[in-house]
Design a protein around this ligand. Structure first.
Ligand code: NAD
Length: 369
């Protein structure tokens, strides 16, 4: 019946302002005005302290101080420390400068105290576009969704990414592509997001080799940041599946590095889902210019000189069974049924650094396609 082939979806835009372009960080004072803030605390990781002070200088009188203590995975102790600093300085908002760690700290404070955040992202991870927060306590990471943690404004200035090392640029960019890939076959996929996912993937895949070859190429950096923004929107608007769940389990259980793990797992997770996600394969084929998007992503990662195996990241082969067990413990939506056998095969390939299963090769695990 024709009715079954008609488009059907729900789409909810997130309330947020985005300003992009070389030099836009100079507009921070205007954004602070617009948000109605009087005194903001600049949050960053220790490695970005210098950048944090440069941003505070730009803000002028309304910078209450710089707090360069953001840490990966947002430990609760770091949140308590930052919250005390906010109270002591009488800050009414935060400006986060840096990657997912800096934004993560800002989100944790916003969650507890409702302080507004203005984000100045300098990696491609995409957290600034989502209402997802994360907190780590006693070695366990809790996550949740709350609109209060969404930045009011995000300033994407490619000039602030020029110092991002080639290796981090490569894996952070692949991390962003992973959001777009899973948005294309998400249970809550929608046409606007799918268009963004396709163009975000195209922008990053075509420009990351230039970024890695010359980190000071502002044009390439700007295009990569544009792609990362689109991919971040995809992450914020949809529910992620197998790939993100697997990376979360690998990162949380084995403490593997976030962006590197995404880079290694993505081609394999996509290869697993491709037979059950023909529309995603078509969109990614257009974006990446090949018949087999999983293989194209694997080749892109090789071209970027990114890590190619979980073994290289320090995972022991013996851990595969435990990861499979944990990844199967909590069910989630995925285009293709996730089986222990299929997951074991996927992880074995990813661990050993083999290319992903080709789309044309029938999968003996479940008989797909
Ligand atoms: P990160 O913030 O730790 O940054 C990665 C590395 O890049 C660090 O070594 C940092 O010092 C460096 N760096 C950042 N900006 C730089 C610059 N301008 N110049 C030079 N070096 C720079 O990590 P990330 O990869 O941006 O984000 C990963 C974290 O974010 C993880 O904890 C992940 O769980 C979280 N995350 C959350 C969401 C969400 O929606 N909540 C989305 C994506 C990622």
């Amino acid at each position: 019946m024709n009715r079954n082939r008609a488009r059907a979806f729900a789409y909810q835009a997130l309330p947020m302002r985005v300003v992009m372009g070389p030099g836009v960080v100079a507009q921070l004072p205007d954004e602070i005005d617009r948000a109605g803030l009087e005194r903001v605390l600049v949050l960053c990781s220790p490695e970005q302290e210098e950048l944090g002070h440069a941003v505070a200088q730009l803000i002028g009188d309304r910078a209450a101080g710089v707090h360069p203590h953001a840490r990966m995975h947002v430990p609760v102790e770091s949140v308590a420390e930052a919250r005390d600093r906010v109270a002591e300085l009488g800050a009414d908002g935060c400006v986060t400068v840096g990657g997912g760690s800096a934004i993560g700290l800002g989100k944790a404070i916003a969650l507890e105290h409702g302080l507004k955040i203005i984000a100045v992202p300098t990696t491609y991870a995409g957290s600034e576009m989502t209402s997802v927060w994360g907190l780590t306590e006693n070695g366990r990471k809790r996550t949740g969704k709350d609109l209060r943690v969404l930045p009011v404004s995000v300033l994407y200035d490619p000039e602030l990414t020029l110092s991002l090392p080639p290796a981090v640029s490569a894996t952070s960019g692949m991390n962003a592509i992973a959001h777009a890939v899973e948005a294309l076959y998400a249970p809550d996929a929608s046409p606007v997001i799918s268009l963004m996912a396709e163009d975000g993937t195209r922008a990053l895949a075509t420009t990351l080799p230039a970024v890695v070859a010359d980190g000071a190429d502002v044009l390439a950096r700007a295009e990569a940041q544009y792609g990362a923004w689109l991919c971040g929107v995809c992450l914020g608007a949809t529910t992620m599946s197998l790939h993100h769940k697997l990376c979360h389990t690998l990162g949380g259980t084995l403490d593997l590095p976030h962006a590197d793990t995404h880079t290694v797992v993505l081609p394999h997770a996509l290869a697993y889902n491709q037979p059950s996600a023909p529309e995603a394969v078509a969109a990614l084929g257009r974006a990446l210019g090949g018949a087999d998007p999983a293989v194209a992503l694997w080749e892109l990662a090789r071209k970027l000189g990114a890590p190619g195996s979980l073994r290289e990241l320090g995972m022991k082969e013996a851990a595969i069974d435990r990861i499979v067990e944990l990844a199967l413990a909590a069910p989630y939506a995925n285009p293709r049924e996730v089986t222990a056998e299929g997951l074991t095969r996927l992880l074995r390939r990813a661990w050993a650094g083999e290319p992903p299963t080709p789309l044309t090769e029938p999968d003996t695990t479940t008989g797909v396609p």
